[in-house]
Design a protein around this ligand. Structure first.
Ligand SMILES: Nc1ncnc2c1ncn2[C@@H]1O[C@H](COP(=O)(O)OP(=O)(O)OP(=O)(O)O)[C@@H](O)[C@H]1O
Ligand SMILES: [Mg+2]
Length: 239
């Protein structure tokens, strides 16, 4: 089993503002792993440090056994890592097609066309909207576009930051199902999700962050029935 991501003792933040305080986490090949935690605990910052967008201080980040801590984003993309940000993840004034092309701007045209076609296999709803500007899409379709764009580089490891935020329950369900289906295409998934119950129900394992650290980790099936976690993170609603 390949360990796709192995993080230990990670510290970092924004310039001199420290947010991550020694975080340990791993993701194995083929897994779907969910990170949950209160607002402001550092979930987005964690992903941004991994992806070379926020500031790395110290600790180890390994991708498939190679030390990649503090690496630049483009080098991480070349290793097959992709990231879908929590906000501003599409260019609203560009068309759906142009957004997808931006995802693979360095690729030769025939390969780019093929990648666009393949990334849309998961999100057929976007095909009839190719020439429409992204601003005209529904919230759910925009998330689908953001994920499709991340797929253009044919990643093996996808980092997703709250892909269902502010979507209707139907779209939330659809997006999580499709992300889960990416595993069938050989993609390993690490997701930060507010809709914890929905995401955990598709996950192998979960991590709970607080104050820039992991405070609990367990198989998703255990987290879903843990009474204390239910009270704090999953609401009292039983499906
Ligand atoms: N660009 C920035 N510069 C300085 N501090 C920041 C910046 N962005 C976020 N922070 C701070 O970092 C801390 C962690 O924020 P982060 O966005 O990682 O939290 P989060 O767990 O993703 O929260 P949410 O659930 O609201 O998305 C917060 O205190 C936030 O105010
Ligand atoms: Mg966040």
């Amino acid at each position: 089993m390949t360990r796709v991501l192995e993080v230990s003792g990670l510290e970092g933040g924004y310039d001199k503002v420290q947010i991550m305080n020694g975080l340990d986490l791993y993701v194995d090949e083929g897994e779907f792993v969910t990170v949950i935690g209160p607002n402001g605990c550092g979930k987005s910052t964690f992903i941004k440090i991994i992806f070379g967008i926020a500031t790395y201080y110290r600790g180890s980040v390994k991708h498939k056994g190679h030390e990649v801590s503090g690496w630049r984003t483009d080098a991480l993309v070349n290793r097959g890592i992709a990231y879908v940000p929590q906000v501003d993840n599409v260019f609203p004034s560009l068309s759906v097609r142009e957004n997808l092309e931006m995802g693979g701007i360095h690729l030769p045209t025939p390969i780019l066309e093929d990648r666009i076609d393949r990334s849309l296999e998961m999100f057929e709803d976007l095909r009839p909207r190719m020439n429409d500007v992204a601003a005209s899409l529904s919230g759910g379709q925009r998330q689908m576009l953001a994920i499709s764009r991340a797929l253009i580089n044919d990643p093996e490891f996808l980092l997703l930051d709250e892909p269902t935020a502010a979507l209707s329950p139907l779209y939330q369900q659809q997006i999580i199902e499709r992300i889960d289906a990416l595993r069938g295409k050989g993609i390993t998934v690490l997701i930060v999700e507010q809709n914890a119950r929905l995401s955990l129900s598709r996950s192998d394992r979960g991590y709970i962050f607080s104050n820039g650290k992991v405070v609990h980790t367990a198989p998703a099936s255990e987290i879903l029935v843990d009474p204390q976690i239910n009270e704090y993170f999953l609401g009292t609603k039983k499906d």
